[in-house]
Design a protein around this ligand. Structure first.
Ligand code: ADP
Ligand code: MG
Length: 255
């Protein structure tokens, strides 16, 4: 992570008719970090992401992405970001290679499908059709498609929802590897364990407002400093540890 600010959001608002979904939020994302937007369903996470991605109109506020103003240069912003499509956006009957070539054409970028599939551990599925992939494989493939235009920033909206523990951990490793190559990652999740291990910093959003923003470690330390203690005895492992211990870290063929 560097100290450079790559995204800056200032007093962002979004109304849907009379309803204020985003009520004036401000935050900055540093280059090379994994930044988490956390919050319950309906908090305004996807709305915020899609505005920064240039896919949704904002009501008010300013957004800068890598020096470009969202109002003036949305085209420049599009060039340097990678956006994960909803899975329904893929032609189910095309193979992974065909899909990557299709996206490469849309982005007007030369692509090397097999190399790209390597980065997400899907080379052996190169000739499989999208509809034949498991849930975890679909998620990995959709992350691969965010990388086609060699973006400086990728946006992942709940990438691990619905995955089993092995596939989830595998996806965390992949996201870290992408960050380690210098790409900034913004991710939404409502799994707090995931945010705790993956995110350098998080903003917690509730009903359209940011109510906390820090590294997970500092947020926890702060809560503990108020005298908070867990009501139950803290064990050295949890049920997910048991599950992974029994079933192993390895991905299943279905993953
Ligand atoms: P999150 O991603 O945190 O679950 P969203 O950004 O999807 O939240 O939604 C925030 C709020 O805005 C929710 O109450 C949702 O119902 C509402 N909302 C989202 N999209 C629309 C829309 N196109 N029209 C009207 N209301 C919407
Ligand atoms: Mg959402």
């Amino acid at each position: 992570m560097t100290d450079e600010i790559i995204i800056s959001v200032n007093n962002l608002t979004k109304n849907y008719g009379q309803f204020e979904a985003v009520k004036g939020i401000s935050f900055e994302v540093r280059e090379g970090e994994i930044f988490g937007l956390l919050g319950p369903n309906g908090a305004g996470k996807s709305t915020t992401l899609e505005i920064i991605e240039t896919l949704r109109e904002k009501t008010g506020g300013q957004v800068m992405v890598d020096g470009f103003n969202l109002d003036k240069d949305p085209g420049e912003i599009k060039k340097i970001i990678g956006v994960q499509l909803q899975t329904s956006g893929y032609y189910p009957g095309l193979t992974l290679i065909e899909l990557i070539e299709l996206f490469g054409g849309l982005y007007n970028q030369p692509v090397k499908p097999l190399e790209l599939l390597d980065t997400v551990n899907l080379r052996d599925k190169a000739k499989a059709k999208y509809k034949e992939l498991s849930g975890g494989q679909k998620q990995r493939f959709s992350i691969a498609t965010t990388l086609i235009n060699q973006p400086r920033i990728i946006f992942l909206d709940e990438p691990t929802t619905g995955l089993d523990p092995q596939a989830r951990r595998n996806l965390w490793d992949l996201i870290r590897a992408i960050r380690d190559r210098g790409t900034t990652v913004i991710i939404t999740t409502h799994y707090m364990d995931e945010a705790e291990v993956l995110c350098d910093r998080v903003a917690i959003i509730d009903s359209g407002r940011i109510i906390a923003m820090e590294s997970p470690d500092r947020l926890i330390d702060r809560l503990v400093a108020t005298g908070f203690e867990r009501p139950k005895e803290v064990k050295q492992a949890n049920l997910e540890d048991v599950f992974i211990h029994l079933t192993g870290h390895a991905l299943r063929p279905e993953n």
